[in-house]
Ligand binder design. Structure first.
Ligand code: NAD
Ligand code: TYD
Length: 377
């Protein structure tokens, strides 16, 4: 029996984590705490909203009193913290919101958990504060492979070994933090607070740093859903810079499975990197997405290539992210379940079959967001 608060559960990754926990652990009480910002959407959890072991609470992670009240009322013994401002482009325009939610919000949750757990006779026994972070805190890697081979690489274990054999640089759990964007700086700061609560007060924390996620229910401000939606409507595809930046993509359900494994079996006070050894240059992934959308819409494959439009680069655009998640594989036996080709096919299909979900999100304020981010770029 466990009572767990999952923060940010109506967002992209959080909704997959809530769904997994609610379905897999009927004996747990899952409390989804979310403020429902532009990125939070209860439609993401329609299929589980009436389950007996699920409660939704609309609240801000900066609201200490409400969190305290919830901890007491439900005798909470675990927190899985995903709520955050998550989009780099927004952080460039409005860094304060990121400091407020990502830094002060995380600190508020930590302080409430500390006060509540320290008031119990068993203190921190059987408790866990699990903080979900990003690989972006590590900064950026060089683009070129030492022997001249460039991404895309595939997701097989042998290609991971190939990478390592060639001595290519990855982010390791021991890599020094070096964040560049206001988003990654705010996440780095929150990671430091989480670890400080372990080192100072003995709180049983755990931190994971994951690479870029893709899959159903991602807000269409991020590369893959934005481009699927634009291709469908034959709108220009704004590629930042030369499209040479490299990201390491993981299917969102694989991230949720990793969170389940680490929440239950991870070592207290430890850090685990999560990723799929699946690096792609933006321009290459964009071509795969165009071909897939065209084919699934019954258009001629590749006929929408001319939507590609190179625009002014993102300020401080990190060149390459690449995660070495072999510690997680070695110590806890997790590995990605999907090959990338399969994942992208499932993802594009989902967005095309769930047009109503996309249309609801892209009505209203979305147009204003789009104009402010892309007009004159
Ligand atoms: P998202 O933007 O889709 O969802 C964030 C959720 O947090 C939303 O439901 C929003 O309503 C909620 N939220 C925001 N501010 C809040 C506040 N003050 N109080 C309560 N709720 C609030 O984000 P996501 O992509 O699902 O990312 C979830 C977590 O995973 C974040 O911590 C992010 O840093 C991390 N992460 C994301 C990725 C990725 O590729 N998306 C990769 C690695 C790590
Ligand atoms: P994004 O999905 O915003 O994730 P992150 O910045 O956290 O990695 O962007 C992924 C990559 O795609 C990143 O290198 C920026 C690039 N990009 C574009 O080229 N055009 C776009 O319109 C967006 C949103 C992103």
């Amino acid at each position: 029996m466990k009572n767990i608060i999952i923060t940010g559960g109506a967002g992209f990754i959080g909704s997959h984590v809530v769904r997994l926990f609610v379905n897999k652990y009927p004996e747990y009480n899952i409390i989804n705490l979310d403020k429902l910002t532009y990125a939070g959407n209860l439609a993401n959890l329609k299929d589980i909203e009436t389950k007996a072991n699920y409660i939704f609470v609309k609240a801000d992670i900066c609201d200490y009193d409400t969190i305290m009240e919830l901890m007491k009322k439900h005798n909470v013994d675990g927190i899985i913290h995903l709520a955050a401002e998550s989009h780099v482009d927004r952080s460039i325009k409005d860094p304060f919101t990121f400091a407020r939610t990502n830094v002060m919000g995380t600190l508020t949750l930590l302080q409430a958990a500390k006060t509540y757990w320290e008031s119990l006779p068993e203190k921190y026994d059987g408790k866990r504060f699990y903080h979900i972070s990003t690989d972006e805190v590590y900064g950026a890697l060089e683009l070129t492979h030492p022997d001249g081979i460039e991404p895309p690489f595939t997701t097989t274990a042998s290609s991971a070994e190939h990478h390592l054999a060639y001595g290519e640089k990855f982010f390791l759990e021991t890599t020094k933090y070096n964040p560049h964007s206001p988003y990654s700086a705010s996440k780095a700061s929150s990671d430091h607070f989480v670890r400080a609560f372990h080192d100072t007060y003995g709180m049983p924390v755990i931190v994971t740093n994951c690479s870029n996620n893709y899959g159903p229910y991602q807000f269409p401000e991020k590369l893959i859903p934005l481009f699927i939606n634009n291709i469908r409507h034959r709108k220009p595809l704004p590629v930042y810079g030369k499209g040479e930046n490299v990201r390491d993509w993981l299917y969102v359900e694989d991230h949720a499975r990793a969170i389940d494994v680490i929440f239950h079996n991870g070592k207290t006070a430890d850090t685990y990197n999560i990723g799929g050894f699946n690096e792609w240059k933006n321009i290459d992934i964009i071509k795969v997405v165009i071909n897939t959308v065209d084919r699934l819409l019954g258009r001629k494959e590749g006929e929408d290539m001319d939507l590609i439009t190179y625009v002014t680069d993102r300020a401080g655009h990190d060149l390459r992210y690449a995660i070495d998640s072999s510690k997680l594989q070695r110590e806890l036996g997790w590995e990605p379940s999907l090959q990338f080709e399969e994942g992208i096919e499932k993802t594009v299909k989902w967005y095309l079959e769930n047009q109503e979900w996309l249309d609801n999100i892209t009505s209203g304020d979305y147009e204003k967001y789009y104009d402010s981010m892309y007009k004159g770029r």
